[in-house]
Design a protein around this ligand. Sequence first.
Ligand SMILES: [Zn+2]
Length: 423
Amino acid sequence: MGIRLRSLVILLGIIFVSSSSSVYADEVVVEVDDLNVRSGAGLHFEEIMQVEKGQEFSILKEQDEWVQIEADGKKGWIAKWLTKAKEGSNTVIVNTGTLNVRGYADTESEIVGSFHRGDTVKYISQKDDWYQVETTSGQEGWIAGWLVKEAEAESTSKEGGVVKNATEDGITAERIQLLYNHTNLRSSPSTKSRVVGTENEGETLQVVEKQGDWFKVKYKGSYAFVADWIVLEKESNSDQADGNLNGKNILIDAGHGGRDSGAIGVSGAFEKDYTLKTALALKEVLESNGANVQMTRKSNIYLPLFLRSYFSNSSSADVFLSLHYNSTPQNTAARGINTYYFHERDQNLATYVQRNMIEATNFQDRGIKHGNFHVIRENHKPSLLLELGFLSDLDEEHIIEQEEYHSRVSQGIAEGLIAYFQN
Ligand SMILES: [Zn+2]
């Protein structure tokens, strides 16, 4: 190939890559052993080869939950949920339920698109605390920097630092309280920087991040810095015991998904959506207790049972938890929580988790039961299937609908795991 032609091909390659993948990470790392590479983007496509854990591939295309790669000179598709985005520059991971993309770097600006928790977003540029990105439909816009985390930081963010990332609704945001009157708020983290305002003792401010000895806080529609030696740190979730699950690997399996809706609630809502909501809440609680969390699915995708147990068996999970909601249309009076285990070895784990979920939620205690379910039967890891309440009961579903229930039951599960690991 002539030099001129070759450089043209390279140039076209760059244009192709930058236009097709500017939203997602460019490379993935395989997370499991013997991952099948298929001829198309779906489980029904033929296996053409296998790739191994730790191998890295450039993403050629993305479709649904699949990515196209090239290995040994052959192109094929691998399941995106069995890979992770390669930690690279210029990518951030969405750290809030729904992240709006706005026309300008301003929270008042119009919404032009959105991303969801866990999405990896490649940014084009950065301005103040905003990232310029491209939406999946190709429109440029801006996302708030305090609602994402740097892709590189992901592996270290599990240490359970004091400052938690702010969320859009501010629930888990940490606040600080000023200890002295006439405390200066500054334009940058230095005592030599400009004073942008003065506040008095007792004033609380929302923390965006910690920079050295300084807190970056939200202040009058913008940001300011305050020295950490003149403030009191207030954790909004002060009951969270930090680090009790340090180093433990927990695999969360949100039951059902995609074309499998699971049970349908009295309200018409689907079990698959409730399980995902709980799974995401549980992930946050477990991570804030120091655990490393993986999920079999992070979005509304169909995932066959054998893949869920396969994922568990090929992972380093210390515990696998499959989350479900119950329904008995025939007996609408049924209520409460129960825990299934299959292997005798998991009876203790079931007891701890069940007891703590009941304490955290005050739901009716339906106890632990032996259950012959694929995801726990075929699982080599300590594993449970949790039935977290009845969607067929009008009142119970009404509780389950609320955010608060998901964090409460998650807190109970976390406490159950802590007790299990301590004993
Ligand atoms: Zn279910």
